[in-house]
Design a protein around this ligand. Structure first.
Ligand SMILES: Nc1ncnc2c1ncn2[C@@H]1O[C@H](COP(=O)(O)OP(=O)(O)O)[C@@H](O)[C@H]1O
Ligand SMILES: [Mg+2]
Length: 344
């Protein structure tokens, strides 16, 4: 594992991450085009924080997560991750090194119904990662009981099957499994999206408590802004494969700058149904991901679109850096308004 520095407070640093999925046709699997799932995504995650990744379905959140986990090979870009042994370039690790890194980087999935094998017992599900790392049956049983207690489940449930559990309890099992090898970073891909609202809050609180107790870092993916607001320190807003705005959670919710973020925030329905909903439905079409887009991908739907927006793709730039705070936006008009205009 080579040592390539990232800032000492960072655990993850992603630069220019891009994924074009080939579209194959026919018996010979001829490549007839590409789906541009993720384009030039850059961000970093500080040790101990929760960075949110929010955007509509299909905008590239899961693909970004899978590239970080090295479950999908990036078309371009780099992922650097800090382990106990130093910083690794994920593109350069081999199978053996990846196994060691997987201890430190785990994932929690959206659907606790399909992500747990129905034919495996709790001991087998939660203990599976332990078996791959040389734990004996005895040690594994002890560790699984410990983990069940940690996520608020009865340690006596070892021999039960997933169908005996509710959605929330299943997600607790998924969390216990992710924690088995004592990771430092957990990528949570919509971990509460499939759960009832009342259960969502319990799971979010559990994740927060575990973070405090175990010093975990989260990359937290969601399409729901209220969930993001509840748990994240900073938020990256994704639109059509790109990050369009990245800021501290308070700043993002109180002073959104990108027209897409503004529209998203307006679209959060009022919790009181008697109030008239002034929601900003975002009009216009989403671009075709199989076609190359020249300008800003939000320009076909943007109320403030100008000529340059259709010609030049805006870069994500710092618009206000005060002390430790971050606020980055990819919008020509915002850049112009703040006097920071840069041609890409
Ligand atoms: N394996 C794949 N092959 C081809 N296209 C894919 C594949 N996985 C995802 N995509 C496409 O990439 C885009 C982003 O998908 P995804 O990362 O799953 O978005 P999200 O998680 O934000 O809903 C979508 O257009 C999706 O159809
Ligand atoms: Mg997804």
């Amino acid at each position: 594992m080579g040592n390539m520095d990232i800032a000492p407070d960072l655990i993850l640093d992603v630069k220019g991450l891009t994924k074009h999925f080939p579209i194959e046709r026919g018996f010979l699997k001829k490549v007839v085009g590409h789906v541009r799932a993720v384009s030039d995504v850059s961000f970093s995650v500080k040790k101990g924080e929760t960075l949110g990744l929010v955007g509509e379905s299909g905008c590239g959140k899961t693909t970004t997560a899978r590239m970080i986990m090295k479950a999908v090979e990036p078309t371009a870009g780099s992922v650097r991750f800090r382990t106990d042994q130093g910083v690794v370039d994920m593109a350069k690790v081999d199978r053996r090194e990846l196994k060691a890194i997987r201890r430190d980087m785990q994932m929690i999935f959206q659907d606790p119904y399909s992500s747990l094998n129905p034919r495996m017992t709790v001991q087998e599900i939660v203990g599976e990662p332990l078996g791959n790392y040389g734990y004996s049956a005895e040690e594994s049983k002890k560790r699984v009981q410990e983990l069940l207690a940690l996520v608020g489940l009865n340690p006596k449930y070892l021999s039960r099957y997933p169908h005996a559990f509710s959605g929330g309890q299943r997600q607790r099992l998924g969390i216990a499994r992710a924690l088995a090898l004592d990771p430092s970073l957990i990528v949570c891909d919509e971990p509460v999206s499939a759960l009832d609202v009342s259960v969502q809050a319990q799971i979010l609180n559990l994740l927060k408590d575990l973070q405090d107790e175990l010093g975990l870092t989260y990359l937290f993916i969601a399409h729901d802004l209220s969930v993001i607001r509840h748990i994240c320190d900073r938020v990256a807003v994704m639109y059509f494969g790109r990050i369009v705005e990245l800021a501290d959670t308070d700043i993002l919710f109180n002073n959104p700058l990108h027209p897409y973020t503004k529209a998203l925030l307006r679209a959060v329905p009022d919790p009181d149904p008697r109030e008239e909903w002034l929601g900003g439905v975002i009009c216009g079409e989403i671009p075709d991901p199989t076609k190359e887009m020249v300008g800003c991908s939000f320009s076909p739907r943007c109320a403030y679109v100008q000529k340059q927006c259709e010609q030049i793709c805006p870069q994500l730039i710092d618009v206000a850096t005060q002390g430790e705070q971050t606020h980055q936006v990819a919008c020509h008009l915002v850049a112009e308004a703040t006097g920071l205009r840069k041609e890409a």
